[in-house]
Design a protein around this ligand. Sequence first.
Ligand code: NAD
Length: 367
Amino acid sequence: MTNPSLLILPGDGIGPEVMTEVRKIIDWFGAKRDLVFDVSEDLVGGCAYDKHGTPLHDDTMAKAQEVDAVLLGAVGGPKYDSLDFSLKPERGLLRLRKEMDLYANLRPAQCFDALADFSSLKKDVVAGLDIMIVRELTSGVYFGEPRGIFEEGNERVGINTQRYTESEIDRVARSAFELAMRRNKKLCSMEKGNVMESGVLWREVVIEVGKDYPEVELSHMYADAGAMQLTRWPKQFDVIVTDNLFGDLLSDLAAMLTGSLGMLPSASLGAPMENGRPKALYEPVHGSAPDIAGQGKANPIACILSFAMALRYSFDQGAEADRLEQAVEAVLAQGLRTADLLGEEGVTPVSTAEMGDAIVAALDATV
Ligand code: NAD
């Protein structure tokens, strides 16, 4: 049997620094759990522009289409700010998402006990929180036509169009139901069907898809009420599915319930490939953090947890993903903190590399 394949795109700024720590984890799974990946590495973003004059070379795009999963660090930096829009580092990432047709964006909001004080909410509201927001990523108001700024009479009008086809709703709803089946079999769909026809259709299609998943308890909420409930008592939710615009807002809101940007992983999934695995891109939510790049200050946990998501959703290694998340939890419980998580008394400041090494040591302690 061939090993599962993984394309690593460290990118710019702190991307390569955090990815170095992920490579230690990948090596650990190969050496200690006999879970060997065929890893290849390539360029994306500013570093790809420096070498090839484009933020994503066609060869890299072709590789991304072939592998079982792509793991990306971060792209961008001030050096590239004056480039034409089409050459900016972020265009490399957008091309990957578009050409791989990654329509389901998974954003977990998980609160590690040791960091519960970091939330802006009360500890008992967030301690033990573990929810997942599934955001539709390739359609909706960010893509709908017509769009633009037009002359109308003696003034201008700005137009964007919220547009969803039944099949677009169907496929992201299916991703969310599948996820709910692997978790606590609870799904809440959010839209604004009270004022938007696209929301009415969204709810109808989600209910229809739900007939294929009778074990999942399906509920519905208007997205504005959902935002309130997420801050009032987030633990009432397990999986939430929503459209591109509401998902953009709600996933940021939910993620920040749990603390630092340096802790937040994500996955973007597309249609199943021939081998049954979904097309997949895993990446931390944070950017390239040019303000701390090259200083050993970056928190590698968001990228490491993105690899844990790859283990779970691309490689069917849920138990090993649990092992990795528990190792992260253990290291935080020991009081080790990168610069973004300092502030409490009695914690031990560590560098990016020391955090990676500590997680490897915590993994060692599990076998
Ligand atoms: P950013 O996420 O890079 O940084 C925001 C703040 O959070 C900074 O103070 C940074 O030091 C801190 N931070 C981020 N990640 C951290 C980590 N892992 N550990 C510790 N601290 C961390 O966002 P920004 O400053 O708005 O953008 C910087 C560059 O990154 C820009 O070029 C932007 O376009 C790009 N960007 C890329 C992505 C991506 O690759 N997915 C996402 C967002 C921004």
